[in-house]
Design a protein around this ligand. Structure first.
Ligand code: ZN
Length: 431
């Protein structure tokens, strides 16, 4: 089942032409409307009107997440704000905050691209899709929601959390498709077991999962326990959200919507392209985005591209499941967080930065995040003051990062060290 076979199954030669044509149009538009990129082109001696080969892609400047943050909120937009109908982003601190804009055309395109991903994952118009991603500033909920409506399926915008309600909805609305982070799917499976629900009596048959790293073993477990087929998806909020890439039913790599997103894999240290098929950092150039076009955006995600033809008939290149990150970004409870954001929140409360350590574990199926803070930042016998400090940090972390942390005051000696160096993040999770 294809949503747009004309593109998804286009022969490679035509696709290469289309990509070049769209890239040329994008570069001239960007050069005209985004002073930041125009300056970069000038510095590198690039004439966007004279760009005639995809081979020259690596001559274009890369865009880092920090470039987006530096120019936030609207410095990299290629259209005036009055043409922007939607803003998403991750609201953070430390110049890490990123704002992503969409024109109405961007929103329509987003819907169609998400529809492709859902259909590739085995979803059709007769499905009832429960979107258990967060709706809000993050893109996941809305992206999948639009895709589901676009294919004419029935969408239930359950949003994240409230597991009892999620389970009631699955049962009462005859939900056939579950869309959420994979660890939550397993958590739901546990709860269904505890409640003694007969899984075979449910209507569930497919699931699309993404937003956090997961293994083939996790996929097997989700499939076995929920009695569904489970497909991997790749969303990138800076680039658009869901709709960038997703697995077909072959479940052997995610097809990238290549007619809209030009992928490359580079060595994160030298920034040079790796040999085809070799692992490295995924870099994406948007070909059609109007409000916030990006040239060679460094995703920080490690993967490799699979060029072999796929038996499903789609000709788009596939990316292997994400194997890790090449920067310090953490994904906790499906949310992207940088350690410095946590540091700043803690120091803003206390007026100085106490020594602290972030500990990530799996509690059952879900991420458990703890911040250990050195105890002697406060007079030890003032219990009330300590309690207030802990509550304050918890609330601020939850409010500003969207992640629930446990906070504990401990002796410095009980934190993990590497020689003399306090290790900032201890990640004990296995995926
Ligand atoms: Zn395929």
């Amino acid at each position: 089942m294809y949503f747009e076979p004309k593109y998804e199954c286009m022969n490679r030669e035509d696709l290469e032409h289309l990509k070049l044509e769209r890239l040329q149009a994008a570069l001239t538009r960007i050069s005209k409307n985004v002073p930041y990129y125009r300056k970069k082109f000038d510095e590198l001696g690039i004439d966007p009107y004279d760009f005639d080969s995809l081979e020259d892609l690596s001559k274009l400047p890369v865009t880092a997440r920090s470039d987006l943050a530096t120019h936030a909120p609207y410095g990299l937009f290629a259209v005036p704000l009055r043409e922007v109908v939607r803003l998403h982003g991750n609201y953070g601190l430390m110049g890490r905050s990123i704002v992503v804009g969409y024109t109405i055309n961007d929103i329509h395109r987003w819907s169609r691209l998400s529809a492709r991903i859902l259909m590739a994952g085995g979803v059709g118009k007769d499905d009832v899709i429960q979107v258990a991603y967060n709706y809000g500033l993050s893109t996941s909920g809305f992206g999948m929601h639009y895709g589901a409506e676009e294919i004419g399926a029935t969408v239930v915008p359950a949003s994240s959390g409230n597991t009892s309600r999620q389970i009631s909805i699955i049962q009462d609305y005859n939900v056939t498709t579950l869309v959420c982070i994979p660890s939550y799917a397993l958590y739901l499976a546990d709860r269904l077991d505890e409640l003694g629900v007969n899984i075979n009596a449910l209507s569930l048959r497919t699931g699309l999962f993404g937003e956090e790293a997961w293994s083939e073993e996790t996929r097997q477990e989700i499939q076995d326990r929920l009695k569904i087929t489970a497909a991997d998806t790749y969303a990138l909020s800076e680039v658009m959200g869901p709709g960038v890439a997703g697995e077909c039913l072959e479940r052997n790599g995610m097809h990238i919507n290549e007619d809209h997103f030009l992928p490359e894999v580079i060595d994160p240290h030298t920034l040079q392209p790796v040999e085809p098929g070799q692992p490295g950092e995924l870099v994406i150039t948007t070909l059609t985005k109007e409000a916030l076009p990006l040239i060679r955006f460094r995703t920080g995600d490690l993967t490799r591209l699979i060029y072999d033809p796929c038996p499903c008939g789609r000709t788009f290149v596939r990316m292997q499941r994400i194997t890790g990150r090449c920067d310090d970004m953490l994904t906790i409870q499906g949310v992207n967080v940088f350690p410095e954001q946590i540091s700043l929140i803690i120091s803003n409360i206390q007026g100085k930065t106490p020594r602290y350590q972030i500990v990530l574990e799996r509690q059952g199926r879900l991420d458990k995040a703890t911040v250990l803070v050195e105890a002697d930042v406060l007079v030890p016998d003032k219990i009330k003051e300590q309690q207030r400090f802990i509550e304050n940090i918890k609330q601020r972390l939850a409010m500003e990062l969207g992640v629930f942390f446990q906070v504990r005051l401990v002796e410095l000696g009980s934190m993990a060290f590497d020689g003399d160096r306090l290790i900032p993040v201890v990640d004990k999770r296995t995926f």
